[in-house]
Design a protein around this ligand. Structure first.
Ligand code: RIB
Ligand code: CA
Length: 329
């Protein structure tokens, strides 16, 4: 059944790949709008990058709304060292003129959930969602479901020993959203580093994409080259971890990931700021507010990712299993 969804993101290279996937899943998703939050890129840059992706996909009919320019409490810290000076892998694609909205992201989220069932796939810091809760808790409660790329359970952090960037960049926003979900008796699907680290786009997979679809493959190559270089410098990894597309794929196909329900809190200060404290053993006796995903199948993900992005039958993508890198981390 087709579901209405808003994508809240901070494009961002992997956010851009996630947007491309979401727009290629028209049987499953109706993307009602894209809301931008400061994260990888400052909010204006993120909005510009989202429009560049929409233009490539021929979908400038999808509205883009600018949201928070800084976190709830902390100073804003970008991730341009990872995503390039333009936030899109230093592809320096030309800006798309026009298509600006006079409504802000939080107002769009509030309006949309009032119109009918709509979910949010959150791919960046959760500042916009936190601001919506502060502005109108009833509207926040009307969000059908939240799937969030963020956090980590047993996997180490990626911007501190224990914290993942989205929740580290705005720990107060993340903490407020998890607490709000606990109070509502609802659960966030936490697509964290435990599963996204398994999703490694390798040079061979990229070459396969280019062979199957030169136009799409060359665009992906253009925006990911910087990201490949970053992963080599940072982790001696030949490939790049594409976190955000897994959250989109999981939203559409829940069999892609497995996990455990738990009460989750986000630390907002001290040396472990941004850490997701996952009470998987029930020490606190609190009702779970999250489904923490802990296992995924990279071959199934890439079959879906390629199939949808390239418009091909998954059965025809016979090279995928041999090209997927099994990562043990
Ligand atoms: O930690 C990875 C997450 O932070 C991804 O969503 C990436 O795009 C950045 O936002
Ligand atoms: Ca992101």
């Amino acid at each position: 059944m087709k579901r209405r969804v808003m994508i809240d993101c901070d494009p961002g290279i992997d956010d851009s790949l996630a947007l491309m996937l979401a727009l290629s899943m028209e049987e499953e998703l109706e993307v009602t709008g894209i809301t931008i939050v400061c994260g990888n890129s400052p909010v204006d840059m993120g909005a510009a990058n989202a429009k560049k992706v929409l233009e490539h996909m021929g979908r400038l009919d999808i509205p883009v709304f600018k949201g928070a320019a800084r976190p709830l409490e902390r100073e804003y810290v970008d991730a341009l060292d990872t995503h390039g000076r333009d936030g899109l892998g230093e592809s320096f694609l030309p800006d798309v003129a026009g298509y600006d909205q006079d409504m802000g992201a939080v107002d769009f989220l509030e309006k949309t959930v009032k119109e009918g069932p709509c979910s949010v796939i959150a791919l960046g810091p959760m500042t916009n969602l936190a601001l919506l809760y502060q502005k109108n808790p009833a509207a926040f409660a009307q969000i059908e479901e939240i799937v969030s790329m963020g956090g980590n359970f047993r996997s180490h952090g990626n911007c501190s020993p224990v914290a993942e960037y989205n929740y580290w960049a705005d720990p107060d926003g993340a903490a407020l959203v998890y607490e709000a979900m606990a109070n509502l008796g609802k659960k966030i699907s936490m697509v964290g580093l435990d599963v996204t680290r398994k999703i490694v786009l390798t040079p061979d997979l990229l070459e396969y994409m280019k062979r199957l679809s030169p136009d799409r493959g060359k665009f992906v190559e253009k925006i990911t080259k910087f990201y490949f270089d970053f992963h080599w410098r940072q982790e001696r990894l030949i490939g790049c971890v594409i976190n955000d597309p897994l959250a989109v794929a999981y939203f559409a196909d829940r069999t892609l990931c497995e996990g455990t329900e738990a009460y989750v809190q986000v630390e907002t200060e001290g040396i472990s700021i941004g850490q997701t404290v996952v009470d998987s053993m029930g020490f606190y006796g609190k009702h779970p507010n999250a489904l923490v995903l802990t296992a995924t199948d990279p071959v199934r993900f890439f079959s879906l990712f390629f199939g949808r992005l390239l418009g091909l039958e998954e059965s025809g993508l016979d090279l995928i299993p041999a090209l997927v890198k099994e990562v043990g981390r």
